[in-house]
Design a protein around this ligand. Structure first.
Ligand code: ADP
Ligand code: MG
Length: 724
């Protein structure tokens, strides 16, 4: 086989070193138990064994665990920790921690600092209030946290208090997953197993012990002044504005995008970066985003498990640091109507543990059959399971964002670009003969250099785009954990790799002929192209004609969470997650039940907040305005001057108030209507509550547009977005 990549692509960071000190410089990750810290504090044998556990997932025996725990404790105490916690990711989508002091009484009643291997490896929080989707009842609520040695322990500083955090998985007494990490780890294993089969087919597996899922997740967020936030119950309770008239200027000028970062925001960003740097999160990029008040932060990629933990820490650092600068960081998918919402771009690839990116086509992509197998496995996976991938990012918050002209549409398609599409064309016809090159760009001014051009342009509208040597899934919501979407992504790709490996292995019938392998692989790839190319779309995903075309191609268009969730309990899904050992049927159903409940709960809270804001703030203000107008009419009348226009204004105000009352009543009614199951309740919410909330909001926004400034007490969009 020719053209197989066997060294590290230039510029690709060494993923094995990524979580270890030294990769970025001195002091990097000073608050993580990795690299130099470990090296200094563990004897050689313990260090080696722990490394094997961390990189190859080998079990750790008790004696070693005790030594690791003791070293961790010493390190933590020296860094000012008095407590440790098992840090985990329950199905709420947040992180959870229950702190315990290192101090225990000894036989003589003195307090000594202790942290044993048992305490490191296993915890038993009484975590009975976390959602379990019916897997456990509160009366039999035993749950365990289990140390995930593959993700470095870290010290989290909250003000002056430092706590040792041990990343853990959270499972029930029966061993069923109650968290987001456990299935993610299982899916990483599944995709590695199947990818290794492909490497074996091509003979490129030598020296490789596993295939690693790599992830880099760009995070968008808003910053607003804390004073405004404290005067907006909707932002405090729901994370998004439930009412608010659009300002005269939104993002039309695109002048915020990549603009100069102002001083207060820069100070905030620097603090976030410093905190993350200490925690070993390799932050690389910062910039202003499209909407006013919107920003982005992006790390260098890491292995998927660590990247997911680090993503949670990143959101934590953003939220926690904002307060020091009089700001609040909004991570909601759609904090403001009529301007862009926020998402996460999930950059995903597969690499060998020797550092070879399996989705790097290199210069001669057409000869790199192994690359084409991985690429087309992804294309096939997205086509076969577009519904599941779409469902993996469904949430109440993301419903407000997806499909607007800012985020990818709900139709999941793949962007490949000109070069790869050309290779697919060639493959369909026979043996591919060439790879399109980008050439050089002449910029027309002698003082500017000629720069090499990529072989295809970028596409900003595609939900799932090939971006040179990785795929970028762009539809994830900004507040979501990336664990679940990546669990689904890994699992569907494991299945496609399995499908291709099984076919190729069977057709090779144990022979090792290069010639035959070429033929067998080509036929398999042709078949994938023939059946699944319909999911490839390189055009403008915002164009309404694409929606029409996608329907013609038979691609699913699942518009809301309520449309999505049933696909996760389909027989297809149960079989898929079961087959690859990612989730049992019970675990999957439990998860879906939690998702249904979360959707309804979030919208219920939004509805009640809206009703309360209208009753306590908007309506009283509107009535005061009505009184003012009525007074103006009577005094004009008494003075004998023309009062016609003021009379009309009063009439309009009365009508708007009537509409506000009617809309709010409809919200209250829809919200309190009893509905039997969580699934039916969610449907009722989509069909009755969401439209009622939109109606009440429209009436409130119409009033906001006419009520005088001194009567309107809620901070306006213009204030929140532009005053910083
Ligand atoms: P943008 O798409 O905004 O131009 P970049 O191309 O700089 O951004 O990359 C975005 C993210 O992709 C970064 O977090 C980067 O580390 C990550 N990334 C780069 N290569 C890989 C890879 N092989 N696997 C996973 N993520 C990657
Ligand atoms: Mg990107």
């Amino acid at each position: 086989m020719t053209g197989i990549v066997n060294e590290m692509a230039q510029g690709t960071p060494d993923i094995r070193r990524q979580n270890h000190l030294g990769a970025v410089g001195d002091g990097f990750g000073a608050l993580t138990f990795t690299g130099d810290v470990m090296l200094k504090r563990l004897d050689e044998e313990v260090y080696r064994k722990l490394q094997q556990t961390m990189t190859q997932g080998q079990p750790l025996d008790r004696a070693i665990a005790n030594k690791v725990a003791s070293a961790m404790k010493e390190w933590a105490l020296e860094n000012g920790c008095s407590h440790f916690c098992h840090w985990f990711q329950p199905l709420t989508g947040s992180t959870a921690e229950k702190h315990d002091a290192f101090l225990v009484p000894d036989d003589e009643g003195r307090a000594i600092a202790r942290f044993s291997g048992d305490e490191l490896i296993r915890g038993e929080p009484d975590a009975s209030s976390f959602p379990s989707g019916g897997i456990r009842d509160t009366y039999e609520a035993r749950g365990y946290t289990a140390w995930d040695a593959t993700s470095p322990a870290f010290i989290l500083k909250t003000g002056d208090t430092a706590t040792l955090c041990i990343p853990t998985a959270f499972v029930s007494w029966t061993g069923e997953a109650l968290d987001k990490k456990t299935p993610l780890l299982r899916s990483i294993q599944a995709v590695s197993k199947q990818a290794m089969r492909i490497l074996r087919i091509f003979g490129t597996h030598k020296g490789v012990s596993q295939v690693i899922t790599t992830l880099g997740s760009e995070q968008e967020y808003f910053l607003i002044d804390r004073d405004f936030y404290l005067r907006r119950p909707d932002l405090q309770i729901c994370g998004r504005t439930l009412v608010g008239a659009p300002p005269p200027k939104g993002q039309q000028l695109d002048d915020h995008y990549f603009g100069a970062i102002d001083e207060r925001v820069m100070a905030f960003m620097s603090e976030v970066e410093r905190r993350l740097y200490e925690l070993g999160v390799p932050v690389k990029t910062r910039h202003n985003e499209v909407a006013p008040g919107q920003y982005e932060i992006a790390p260098v990629f890491e292995n998927a498990n660590v990247a997911t933990d680090h993503q949670m820490l990143m959101m934590h650092a953003l939220r926690a640091s904002a307060g020091h600068h009089g700001l609040v960081c909004l991570l909601h998918e759609k904090p403001f109507a009529q301007i862009n919402g926020s998402g996460k771009h999930n950059n995903w690839s597969l690499a060998t543990d020797t550092g070879v990116n399996l989705l790097d086509p290199r210069d001669e992509a057409h000869t790199n059959m192994q690359f084409l197998v991985f690429l087309l496995a992804v294309v096939r996976a997205i086509d076969v399971h577009a519904d599941l991938l779409r469902a993996s990012i469904a949430s109440a918050g993301n419903d407000y964002r997806l499909g607007a002209n800012e985020a990818p549409p709900a139709i999941v398609s793949v962007y490949l670009g000109e070069m790869l599409n050309d290779i697919l064309d060639q493959l369909e016809r026979g043996k591919p003969k060439s790879t399109k090159k980008g050439g050089r760009l002449d910029l027309g001014a002698h003082t500017l250099p000629q720069i090499p051009r990529h072989s295809s342009d970028r596409n900003r509208t595609s939900p799932f785009a090939f971006t040179g040597n990785k795929f970028e899934y762009r539809a994830i919501g900004s507040s979501a954990s990336i664990a679940w979407p990546n669990t689904v992504l890994n699992t569907i790709i494991a299945e496609s790799l399995d499908h291709l490996a099984t076919r190729i292995e069977a057709e090779m019938e144990g022979t090792a002929s290069e010639q035959k392998l070429q033929e067998v692989v080509m036929e398999a790839l042709k078949d994938v192209i023939h059946r699944h190319r319909r999911v490839v779309f390189d055009g403008d995903n915002y164009d309404p004609r694409w929606h029409e075309e996608a329907r013609r191609r038979g691609l699913p268009n699942l518009k809301s969470t309520v449309d999505c969730l049933p696909t996760l309990s389909s027989q297809k899904a149960v079989k898929l997650f079961g087959k690859y050992g990612v989730l049992s049927e019970r675990e999957l159903r439990a998860r879906v039940e939690v998702l249904w409940e979360q959707y309804s709960t979030i919208l219920g809270i939004e509805a009640r907040t809206l009703v309360s804001m209208v009753r306590k703030t908007v309506l009283p203000q509107a009535l005061r305005y009505q009184v003012e107008l009525a007074r103006a009419v009577t005094s004009a009348q008494a003075a004998g001057v023309d009062f016609e226009d003021t009379w009309t204004q009063l009439q309009e105000c009365v009508q708007m108030i009537e509409e506000l009352r009617a809309g709010t009543a409809a919200v209250g009614q829809a919200e309190s209507q009893p509905v039997a199951t969580s699934e039916r309740r969610a449907m009722h919410i989509r069909d009755a509550l969401v439209p009622a909330m939109a109606r009440a909001r429209a009436a409130s926004d119409a009033l906001e547009a006419v009520i005088p400034e001194d009567l309107w007490t809620l901070p306006t969009y213009a204030q929140m977005l532009f005053q910083r």
